[in-house]
Design a protein around this ligand. Sequence first.
Ligand SMILES: NC(=O)c1ccc[n+]([C@@H]2O[C@H](COP(=O)([O-])OP(=O)(O)OC[C@H]3O[C@@H](n4cnc5c(N)ncnc54)[C@H](OP(=O)(O)O)[C@@H]3O)[C@@H](O)[C@H]2O)c1
Length: 228
Amino acid sequence: MSEHSSKIMLITGASSGIGEATARTAAKAGLRLILTARRGDLLEKLATEIGQDKALAVPADITNFDTLKQVVAQGVKHFGGLDVVFANAGTGTSTPGTENGDPAEWQKMIDLNINALLYTAKLTLPHLRKSTGHFIMTGSVAGKITLKGSIYGATKWFVQGFGNNLAEEMREWNGRCTTIAPGMVNTPFFDEPKPNKLDPQDVADAVMHAINANPRNNVREVFLMPRY
Ligand SMILES: NC(=O)c1ccc[n+]([C@@H]2O[C@H](COP(=O)([O-])OP(=O)(O)OC[C@H]3O[C@@H](n4cnc5c(N)ncnc54)[C@H](OP(=O)(O)O)[C@@H]3O)[C@@H](O)[C@H]2O)c1
């Protein structure tokens, strides 16, 4: 167990892919977890596997501010505080590009990739301030490069920019803020498996690197790409 073994961590998008792998990895390192996503059955299964004393499953659609407020309140009450937040939930679109894109799909994606990220930060910062804690968010390589017509990429440019701004705000009270920017990861984000790309475990390891860094070290960004 690491010296951070007693930390309490909220993970959004914990029901699959990167969030699920990070939950398992953080639990092995001894962190206690508040897990949220919409699919309660998957969250319950994961929490049972981790151990009900170490993980609390709180199903929610986090694009609703009041719903997310309840998740944070319930989690903090259950474990008695909050040290780390992994704002990871995100989605893409099935219709690529701008001219051919679907505004209804954009709305859902923006609600999650942008608004829910902001809600997660606003609702957890008062708790992280108390613990001098750590806010971690999932950006993407798509937020660092130009991708023809990509609205998804544009939402991740938002994450990248917000991550930098939030890090400066949190510096006022010595909080840590990290943006994790992966290239393609083999998760249910894609309809087809991507076995030669990054594994969700690689991203989970990057998250743990930021958490386990010496307290003097604020890992501001981890950018990881598949080798092939
Ligand atoms: N896979 C990649 O190549 C890749 C690369 C770079 C960045 N990313 C980013 O990584 C993050 C995680 O994606 P992933 O690849 O792990 O895909 P994933 O397996 O599809 O995970 C997405 C997670 O978000 C949750 N979610 C979706 N809508 C939600 C809502 N309204 N409220 C609460 N939770 C919601 C999903 O759970 P429910 O459906 O149960 O709600 C799921 O747990 C995303 O931000 C994505 O943009 C992915």
